[in-house]
Design a protein around this ligand. Structure first.
Ligand code: GZL
Length: 333
């Protein structure tokens, strides 16, 4: 996975990819509208699925930005199955698209199909999630720093606990994202970094399990958590949707979400902000899904054989409960 440390070593990848893109044009590959060529760029995009409000907003952003940019989009929905993404990438290769982009469901298992794209001289752009692969196999990652989101979640939890007047030990339940997915791995890692450094003696994760980034998963797992840990003080959910599902389980157990159990989530979708304005979520760490315009800009540069930054990060903020009402009217997703 990309991190600051390997930023420089990956520079080679950019040159290779730039060459790849140039080859695509030299071997009679389709020219693109941005270089005055007659044919529009064709982009093959393999999406994770439609598991959350975040994903829906991300898909809408990619589709509308492609239309805006005059880029022909071949879109596939993998229904959260990596094997479906691999098949989609193979079909994009067979169709000889100009560029392939995808948001890998999980970090492992991509080297073979990415090597096939490389051999076909088709550059690959990662969006949203990264992979544990040979970094010369993709040109760039357009997406957030999930480890930092985990750190931010722990830091904003400190403010939530202070505001709630919580004293002493803190028993935390964690709803993890999809097992093996970069945001799940890295958000947990970032949160634990802060815990280990600053809360070794007072915070404890008493339960942690995947809810697969879905509301149903969050509700089911939270209900089980409450059975075995009735004295949970805090829920850290790796996305709003699992947090919203957990709220249903907390209320079914006769407890008040946002009061009896303090809740911090990641994403910042509209339903998350509504729950926060109702006092049921205490803080949200934003993870911006509106990556479409940045992706299309990168696609045009890569197709034109230009080199691009190895990691194009999205800008995002954090929100406490008392900011929710004012922020809601201007939320874009
Ligand atoms: C994060 C993205 C995650 C969101 C979830 O960039 O991959 O996947 O946090 C979504 O809502 O399911």
């Amino acid at each position: 996975m990309l991190n600051r440390r390997n930023f420089l070593t990956a520079a080679v990848g950019v040159a290779a990819a730039g060459t790849l893109a140039a080859c695509a044009k030299e071997d009679g590959g389709p020219s693109d509208s941005s270089s005055g060529g007659s044919k529009a760029i064709t982009l093959g995009f393999a999406q994770v699925g439609s598991e959350s409000g975040w994903r829906t907003a991300n898909t809408d952003s990619v589709k509308s930005a492609a239309k805006e940019a005059g880029i022909k989009l071949q879109f596939s929905d993998a229904q959260q199955k990596p094997e479906n993404q691999i098949s989609a990438i193979r079909s994009f290769i067979a169709q000889k698209v100009d560029v392939i982009a995808f948001s890998p469901v999980v970090v492992k298992g991509w080297d073979a199909v990415l090597n096939e794209a490389k051999r076909a001289n088709i550059p690959v752009v990662l969006t949203d999630r990264s992979v544990e692969s040979d970094e010369s196999l993709f040109v760039t990652l357009v997406g957030s720093d999930f480890t930092d989101e985990g750190r931010r979640a722990a830091k904003i939890l400190e403010k939530v606990l202070e505001k709630a007047g919580h004293k002493g030990k803190v028993k935390i339940a964690q709803l993890e994202g999809t097992t093996g997915a970069a945001p799940a791995i890295e958000r947990a890692k970032g949160f634990k970094e802060v815990m280990d450094a600053e809360h070794k003696d007072d915070w404890e994760i008493v339960a942690s399990q995947t809810g697969d980034f879905t509301r149903a998963g969050g509700k089911q797992v939270m209900a089980a958590f409450l059975q075995s840990n009735p004295d949970i003080d805090v829920l850290f959910a790796h996305n709003d949707d699992m947090g919203l599902g957990a709220i249903q389980a907390i209320e079914a157990a006769g407890k008040k979400p946002g009061k009896d159990i303090l809740i911090v989530t990641v994403d910042g979708v509209k339903d998350g902000f509504i729950a926060m304005s109702e006092g049921k979520i205490n803080a949200i760490v934003e993870c911006n899904p509106l990556l479409g315009p940045q992706l299309m800009e990168v696609v045009k540069k890569v197709q034109a054989g230009e080199t691009v930054e190895r990691w194009i990060k999205t800008k995002e903020s954090d929100f406490m409960q008392d900011q929710a009402k004012d922020a809601l009217p201007t939320r874009k997703y």
